[in-house]
Ligand binder design. Structure first.
Ligand code: 13P
Length: 282
């Protein structure tokens, strides 16, 4: 079924697991993500930035997500990731995205509350879930760079006010992960996460999932993370795999031949992540 973020995060909470949220950059990646979820018998969140949604078309994204959820019998959420632009957020909601993130994390606290609240109010009428963010996750995403001196962790007291005032369904927290970090290690503050978890009672989200050690993934899930975002690892592997295929094949073969190995790679990575997010020792 095509479902909302709120619904799948309730399931995640009941089962002490996280639902994987995977960034797609095109339509082609979407079936691989859904197939991996089908094999693992879990719901899945497909997320796109405004850039991807504009490239593919909002309605096309929604049509494909809905069709695949039916075809594969998987609960699929289609989520707009890191959106700041109200016009684009409205477009996504009207086109049928089942969840959106308003990212006001770079704004002063009060403005972040105000902007997030406005999105929640608009989304409510469409039955669409909203994720907000407090604190700053470092790194690079869709060309936007947040340097280490601009990073600050989510403050638990502020989180209480933020959740209460905005009415969001999920809260993205800054606890030391970084967007786009592919090779270096991530240093997570588990004690900060514990404090945030003790202070608020809505599902928590980790951004910058690439590069987080498997043991740390299990730990943050045990400490209450319910949505776990992975983007860069998929993108890098897609690019490496399709580059190799393009180099190998003659010009006069179907374009499919170049993309199929990349799809298999995506499916394999997503399946492994979902296994990990189920939080069962395997
Ligand atoms: P990574 O690209 O670091 O995996 O982060 C993805 C993400 O958090 C999307 O919002």
């Amino acid at each position: 079924m095509y479902v909302t973020l709120k619904e799948v995060l309730k399931t995640a909470n009941d089962l002490n697991m996280a639902i994987g949220a995977f960034n797609t950059h095109n339509l082609e990646m979407m079936p691989a993500i859904v197939r991996a979820a089908e094999k693992q018998k879990t719901p899945v969140i497909i997320q796109s930035t405004i850039g991807t949604a504009s490239y593919v078309g909002y309605h096309n994204m929604v049509a494909v997500a809905k069709a695949m959820s039916e075809e594969h019998g998987v609960d699929v959420v289609l989520h707009l990731d890191h959106a700041k632009d109200f016009t684009e957020i409205r477009k996504a909601i009207k086109a049928g995205y089942s969840s959106v993130m308003y990212d006001g994390s770079s704004l002063p606290f009060k403005e972040n509350i105000l902007g997030t609240k406005q999105v929640v109010e608009f989304a409510k009428d469409f039955g669409v879930s909203v994720e907000g963010e407090l604190g700053t996750v470092g790194g690079t995403e869709d060309g936007l760079v947040v340097t280490q001196d601009q990073v600050f962790y989510t403050d638990p007291k502020d989180a209480v006010t933020f959740v209460k005032e905005t009415g969001i369904d999920a809260l993205a927290v800054a606890i030391g992960t970084n967007h786009g970090q592919y090779k270096s290690k991530t240093d997570i503050s588990f004690s900060q996460l514990e404090k945030i978890k003790a202070a608020v009672n809505i599902p928590l989200v980790v951004h910058g999932g690439t590069g987080v050690k498997e043991d740390d993934v299990r730990k943050v899930i045990d400490l209450g993370i319910r949505k776990f975002n992975v983007g860069t690892e998929l993108l890098v592997n897609w690019n490496i795999s399709s580059k190799d295929s393009y180099n190998e094949h003659k010009e006069n073969v179907s374009n499919r031949e170049n993309v199929l190995p990349a799809l298999s790679k995506i499916e394999e990575i997503v399946e492994r992540k979902i296994q990990l997010f189920k939080n069962i020792n395997d």
